[in-house]
Design a protein around this ligand. Structure first.
Ligand code: PMP
Length: 421
């Protein structure tokens, strides 16, 4: 009313919260570190905006045409004409979203079709689509291994694997990264009776190195453990059918590997996560897995693009060949310039340049961006302390000319910062 308190009268500056009561006090060190970095005048590596995306390998960032070398668009499917058309069709037919959980009203025709496509791709009995790969790991790991049971994981596992362990009630045991011997030792110390889940990744995404899955699976089986392999960074281009590192190392789903976790956010080119398995009771997961049940399902356009992309990836032999040749070309170029790389040869589509100094890493990153190249920066805690990475991830759609240009840009940035002679 006219006589009621006016908005201005009600507004006031809240008294600053006493530091000991302020829940944000614990972030002070993080805020200070970020401010110190930005004070040096560099662009914020975690604040990049793609104003336009023109192809799987080209975008416009702050008005500058930029080559993308830090996306997980390994197979370059995001602009595939069939994939885009499938998404548009589903958007027209089913609308923009599902408004509900997979368990209730949120399973549309295309969710089932995406699961069919995954079963075909992996020649698997069961496939379950989650809203992200993060949620697939969170859900499967926390649900499969329960109180009194064990999860045994590689120390360099992805955050979603660690968070799945944290959310579940099983005992968690870590082994040294990629050490078959340490895995064997840790499993040998556990009691025989309880159920055990060994969690591995095909490609480890920080350095781009691959796991000795064959040896690790043999050890896990000797100790009667089930095996889950996260193949997020290998789908589409490892193995005869592009199923992942496990296929490349001649392991078989249902015999050697019990569960494969994957994502739609990399080679598939959209968003979503999944688990495939041949376990006869696998469908029970749909009734028990909280990150599957208590969240909305993916929009129909997303699952329609995923289904189309997955079926095309089954036959993408030429793209696979190009991706591998691109990875080898860039690895050789950077190695010959004198950079320290994460792997001795191109083990995967991720080539990591290792630096020991944050200032220099960010300086190089900025120099690359100024020249028109985007790569990812990784820093602790995602990397071991004192290790900073400029992570390059290749796409089948990069041309030889782009890779040569990228190598020249690295040469200039490396010389400008003193990282190479
Ligand atoms: N697993 C691994 C190994 C990953 O690297 C990632 C994402 N970077 C995920 C799972 C999560 O995938 P998503 O992006 O679908 O959440």
């Amino acid at each position: 009313t006219e006589t009621g308190p006016q908005p201005e009268a009600r507004s006031f500056d809240p008294a600053p919260v006493a530091p000991e009561r302020d829940l944000f006090s614990k972030f002070d060190a993080l805020i200070a570190e970020r401010e110190a970095l930005l004070d040096t005048g560099v662009r914020d590596p975690f604040g990049i905006v793609m104003d336009e995306v023109r192809s799987p390998t080209e975008a416009v960032i702050k008005g500058r045409e930029t080559i993308l070398l830090g996306t997980y668009n390994y197979m370059g499917m995001t602009f595939d004409a069939d994939v885009v058309a499938a998404g548009k069709r589903a958007l027209d037919q089913f609308g923009s979203g599902t408004n509900g959980s997979r368990m209730l009203n949120g399973t549309f025709r295309d969710h089932v079709d995406a699961e069919d496509a995954l079963r075909e791709f992996y020649d698997a009995d069961h496939a379950m689509v989650f809203s992200t790969g993060y949620q697939a790991n969170l859900g499967i790991i926390s649900t499969i291994a329960a109180k009194g049971e064990y999860v045994i994981l590689d120390a360099d596992s992805h955050a979603s694997i660690y968070d799945g362990c944290k959310m579940g009630d099983a005992e968690v045991v870590r082994f040294r990264h990629n050490s078959v011997e340490d895995l064997d030792k840790r499993l040998g110390r556990l009691p025989k009776e309880p159920g055990k889940l060994v969690v591995l990744e095909g490609v480890y995404s920080m350095l781009g190195d691959i796991a000795p899955l064959k040896e690790m699976v043999a050890v896990a089986k000797r100790h009667d453990a089930m095996v889950l392999v996260d193949e997020a960074h290998s789908m589409g281009f490892f193995g005869e059918h592009g199923r992942g590192v496990y296929e490349d190392q001649e392991l078989i789903l249902g015999e050697d590997v019990d569960f494969i976790i994957g994502t739609f956010s990399k080679s598939v080119g959209t968003v979503g996560g999944f688990c495939v398995s041949n376990h006869p009771k696998f469908e029970a997961m749909r009734l028990a897995c909280r990150p599957y049940i208590f969240t909305a399902s993916l929009p129909p356009s997303v699952v329609a693009t995923a289904a189309t992309s997955i079926r095309k990836l089954m036959h993408a032999h030429e793209k696979r060949g190009r991706l591998w040749s691109n990875a080898r070309r860039l690895h050789a170029g950077l190695r010959d310039l004198g950079f320290t790389l994460g792997t001795a040869q191109a083990d995967s589509a991720i080539i990591a340049v290792i630096l020991e100094d944050q200032q220099r890493a960010v300086g190089m990153w900025q120099s690359l961006l100024d020249q028109g190249l985007y790569v990812n920066v990784a820093r602790p805690p995602a990397t071991p302390s004192g290790t900073f990475l400029l992570r390059c991830s290749l796409s089948a759609e990069h041309s030889d000319a782009q890779i040569d240009l990228i190598t020249d840009m690295f040469a200039a940035a490396g010389r400008a910062t003193g990282e190479i002679d």
